[in-house]
Write a protein that binds this ligand. Structure first.
Ligand code: NAD
Length: 255
């Protein structure tokens, strides 16, 4: 029980990395608020945690809406004296280069991936009142390296990387005892990646093989690989880490 008696909020907790992170945090003793724009998905995950004796609550939540954050904030404050762990995980993928991406596309991606993380940190900071709090922002290797087909996604994940450092510095200067770190997954097998590969149509298999060939470890990661990194940053085992970037990518960005 590495995070016994702690309270966690995981956004986008109804699928993929958010689902695996919610389950892993609950396994190690946290009470988890699983939020998602799809309430059914969040409820499915919360139900599976409760079924094995864990504590979980599902909430409908669009991370782009400040009013939703206030509602989630109030729901947590009503039931818990403090939030300890915030995992800003909700995100959307979008493929397009600088010439074909419209301003509307750009805003849609950045609104979820970047504004959502900003709003999450801003609205939850007052809830993290006990020392040992941890905010974990899910960026991407695409927040570190560029991809010609990911102009909006690259920008949104780069924003998450650097806003993490700004918030981390603010929290230490203010003496809050709250750490803020980012995680940078490589290619992980989740519905998001499966949809991206499938969208390639006839070229899907070739694209899949090209990704695998570029990963030094020779295979995609599993959601649990990221969930374990989330757990580490959530726990006091990472107590000397703040403003840092945890890359979990099978070696992709090593060359
Ligand atoms: N899978 C990967 O290889 C990979 C790699 C790097 C980074 N990431 C990042 O990890 C995070 C999770 O990705 P995933 O692969 O699990 O994707 P996923 O599509 O399986 O899950 C994303 C979840 O976010 C939810 N969501 C989408 N928009 C939302 C909104 N406005 N408000 C609240 N919830 C919303 C979806 O309903 C879904 O449940 C994302 O931020 C993604 O960019 C994923």
């Amino acid at each position: 029980m590495r995070i016994a008696n702690k309270t966690a909020l995981v956004t986008g907790g109804g699928s993929g990395l958010g689902e695996a992170s919610s389950l892993r945090l609950a396994q190690e003793g946290a009470r988890v608020f699983v939020t998602d724009i799809s309430h059914d998905s969040a409820e499915r995950v919360a139900h599976s945690i409760r079924e094995v004796g864990g504590k979980a609550t599902a909430l409908h939540h669009d991370v782009t809406e400040e009013s939703d954050w206030l509602r989630v904030h109030d729901a947590i404050a009503k039931e818990c004296d403090s939030l300890d762990i915030l995992v800003n995980n909700a995100g959307v993928a979008f493929s397009g280069n600088i010439e074909e991406t419209t301003l509307a596309d750009w805003r849609a991606v950045n609104s979820v991936n970047s504004d959502g993380v900003f709003l999450g940190m801003k609205s939850c900071l007052p809830l993290i009142t006990k020392p040992g709090g941890s905010i974990i922002n899910i960026s991407s290797i695409e927040g570190i390296i560029g991809d010609p087909q990911l102009i909006a996604y690259n920008a949104s994940k780069g924003a998450v990387r650097i806003m993490t450092k700004s918030a981390a510095l603010h929290c230490t200067q203010a003496g809050y005892g709250i750490r803020v770190n980012s995680i940078h997954p490589g290619f992980i097998e989740t519905p998001m990646v499966a949809a991206g590969v499938a969208a390639m149509g006839d070229a899907a298999e070739e694209f899949h093989q090209r990704i695998i060939a570029a990963i030094p470890m020779g295979h995609l990661g599993q959601a649990i690989d990221i969930a374990n990194a989330v757990l580490f940053l959530a726990s006091d085992e990472s107590r000397y880490m703040t403003g840092s970037e945890l890359v979990v990518d099978g070696g992709y960005t090593a060359h």
